[in-house]
Structures are given as structure tokens and as C-alpha cells.
Ligand binder design. Structure first.
Ligand SMILES: NC(=O)c1ccc[n+]([C@@H]2O[C@H](COP(=O)([O-])OP(=O)(O)OC[C@H]3O[C@@H](n4cnc5c(N)ncnc54)[C@H](OP(=O)(O)O)[C@@H]3O)[C@@H](O)[C@H]2O)c1
Length: 314
């Protein structure tokens, strides 16, 4: 029996459907020389968001896995927008890379104004990482956990900054919540939609704990659905998925600039100053579905993530 069945409301689903049709609010404010860290900026939403922040004057620090693409991107951003662009190379399917990247961020001599957790994958086949974990869980969730955990003290010390998760309404595929007996898909038959949904739900649950950790400080942490936008997502899947995406998903997809505008608004606008622990459908505040509000599950996940990430349990 679904543990959340009594908490589900149709009104919550209808609100989400209404919100999906709304355009993002636009922020025209300047963001000169503020430091914005973006993961997965070599393609799609991350790429468009990097361009948007650069166009508004931000200094960029990109965390990507492909050095060649990253060098080209930084060169292009410097030339086009006269912006400062630096980078760290990290593959989010390798914990050692993510820890190194987190350490470098923690040691930065300046404040991070905005940290955007964007890198993500959708896989139709179960894939294991070099660390032996299920790929989608590790790339989409565990890596963001490690970055956030290592950066807790830095953000507390700077007492300001916005942390944003590029999440997805697909967290709703995890209708029953997280399966704590099999977070890593070792026992269950793999489902691409469910594993993606669970990774995004895990992000939302970790947001609850992070928000509490930052209570009393001016650091905020929020999540957003970037819309259904046209990107390279799912390109490593088989031909059947690619045909499905090209014929059925992409025609109704929005340009990626929609997601970038929303992320700029959430990162830069004074209108969201002080809001934390919230879910935005693009820029519209939305009440999450019940599994994403489960504080007990959030604590359980936090403890498991500490173990999986090789940190001492607290
Ligand atoms: N597109 C949508 O409609 C949509 C809807 C809801 C949520 N989202 C979310 O939006 C985010 C961005 O996705 P997108 O649609 O823009 O897809 P995308 O075009 O495929 O971009 C994904 C980015 O993540 C990076 N990445 C993937 N695996 C990585 C790894 N192991 N280590 C480091 N970086 C890695 C990619 O790097 P490479 O260039 O090296 O591959 C790329 O920069 C994801 O979190 C996704 O779940 C997208």
C-alpha cells in the first residue's frame, strides 16, 4: 500500500498541470562580477544558463566532465560576453572527481553567489559507475549531495548565496517515495523513468535537510523544474528511445532559453530573496507532491548518503 495515499490531492496535480503552461518570470537585473558555479554547462540547459549569466556580467566557474568542450565553451563565453570563465573538470560518475571538485570550491578565496546543480542523465538501461553504483542515482543525486555536504561550512561562513537544483516534475514518477531497501537498483527490475524520478526525489529530500542546516543564515536552497526543453538529454540511450524522443517529446519541447531565463530569475532576482526549501515550476512556486515533503525519509536518505559518500555519519 502506498504510504502517501492519504496525502495525495488531485488539486496538487492540477496545479502542476496549470503551472506547466506558464512562462517564466524574467529578471533584467545586472549580475556583474558575481560568481556563478554551474555543473554540466557543456550542453542543453547548463549551456544556455551559462550564456545567460555571462550576458548579465557574472563570473563563471563551470564544472564539466569534458575538458575539450569546456575549454572551447569558456573561450567562446570570454570572447562573446567579455566575462571571466574558469572551470573544473569532474566526471559526476566518479566520487573521487566530485570530492576533488568540492574541495576546490570549498577552498575558493571568494564567495559563491549562485551554485546551480544542473548535470544530469536519463538512462533507459541500468548502468553501473566505476564506483559500482547505479549511474543515474550517482550522477543526478549523490554527486550533488557530496558537493553540498563539502560546501556546508563555506556557505555558512559566507552567510549568503543561492543553491539551485535543476530538478524535474519527473520526481512524481517515484509515487511511492524512495525504496530504501534498494536505492541502487540491485534487487528491482530497472525502470528508466523510476530511477530518474527517484534521483530527482532524492534531491528534493536532501533540500529539506539542507534548508534546515542553513536556517538562521542568508543561504537559500531551492529546486526547479526547467520545463520540457529541447536538449541532448537521453542521447546515450538506444535508437528506440531516440526515435520516441524525436517524434513525441521534442516537437512540443520549448527552446532551452526558457529554462535559462527561469534559472537566471531564481539565481538573481530580488523577488525570491530569502525564499528557501521551495520548489518552482520554472519560476512559479509549487507545492511538491507528498513524497517530497517527507522529513523522516529525508533524514534516512541523508544518513545513507553520508555512508555512500564515505563521510562519517552524523
Ligand atoms: N531537457 C528537459 O526537458 C529537462 C526536463 C527536466 C529536467 N531536466 C534536467 O536538466 C538538467 C540538464 O539536462 P539537459 O536536458 O540540459 O541535458 P543535456 O543536454 O544532456 O545536458 C546534460 C549536461 O550534464 C552533463 N553530464 C552528464 N553526465 C555527466 C557526468 N557523468 N559528469 C559530469 N557531467 C555530466 C553533460 O555533459 P556532456 O556534455 O559531457 O555530456 C551536459 O553538460 C538535468 O539535470 C536534467 O535532469 C531536463
Amino acid at each position: 500500500m502506498n504510504p502517501y495515499r492519504k496525502q495525495y490531492r488531485w488539486s496538487n496535480v492540477f496545479a502542476m498541470i496549470r503551472n506547466l503552461k506558464l512562462a517564466p518570470k524574467i529578471c533584467a537585473d545586472d549580475f556583474s562580477h558575481r560568481l556563478v558555479v554551474i555543473t554540466g554547462a557543456t550542453s542543453g540547459i547548463g549551456n544556455a544558463t551559462a550564456e545567460k549569466f555571462a550576458a548579465q556580467g557574472a563570473d563563471l566557474l563551470l564544472i564539466n566532465r569534458d575538458e575539450k568542450k569546456t575549454e572551447q565553451l569558456c573561450a567562446q563565453l570570454r570572447q562573446q560576453f567579455r566575462t571571466n570563465c574558469d572551470y573544473i573538470i569532474a566526471d559526476f560518475s566518479k566520487q573521487s572527481d566530485v570530492r576533488d571538485a568540492a574541495g576546490q570550491l570549498a577552498a575558493l578565496p571568494r564567495d559563491i553567489d549562485v551554485l546551480i546543480h544542473n548535470a544530469g542523465v536519463y538512462l533507459t538501461q541500468k548502468t553501473l559507475t566505476q564506483d559500482g553504483l547505479e549511474m543515474v542515482f550517482q550522477v543526478n543525486y549523490l554527486s550533488t549531495f557530496i558537493l553540498n555536504y563539502v560546501l556546508l561550512e563555506k556557505f555558512k561562513a559566507q552567510n549568503r548565496g543561492r543553491i539551485l537544483f535543476v530538478n524535474s516534475e519527473a520526481y512524481r514518477f517515484a509515487v511511492w517515495g524512495l525504496d530504501f531497501d534498494d536505492l541502487l537498483w540491485q534487487k528491482r527490475r530497472y525502470s528508466g523513468l523510476k530511477s530518474y524520478g527517484e534521483s530527482k526525489l532524492a534531491q528534493l529530500l536532501s533540500m529539506l535537510v539542507l534548508q534546515q542546516a542553513y536556517q538562521g543564515s542568508a543561504v537559500t536552497v531551492n529546486a526547479m523544474h526547467p520545463g520540457n526543453v529541447r536538449t541532448n538529454s537521453g542521447q546515450s540511450n538506444g535508437w528506440l528511445y531516440k526515435i520516441f524522443k524525436r517524434l513525441l517529446v521534442d516537437p512540443s519541447a520549448l527552446p532551452v532559453s526558457v529554462a535559462a531565463e527561469a534559472l537566471y530569475y531564481l539565481g538573481a532576482s530580488a523577488e525570491v530573496q530569502g525564499l528557501s526549501g521551495k520548489f518552482f515550476n520554472l519560476t512559479t512556486l509549487e507545492e511538491p507532491a507528498p513524497p517530497a515533503l517527507d522529513r523522516d525519509a529525508a533524514q534516512t536518505l541523508w544518513q545513507i548518503s553520508l555512508q555512500l559518500g564515505g563521510f562519517d555519519a552524523k
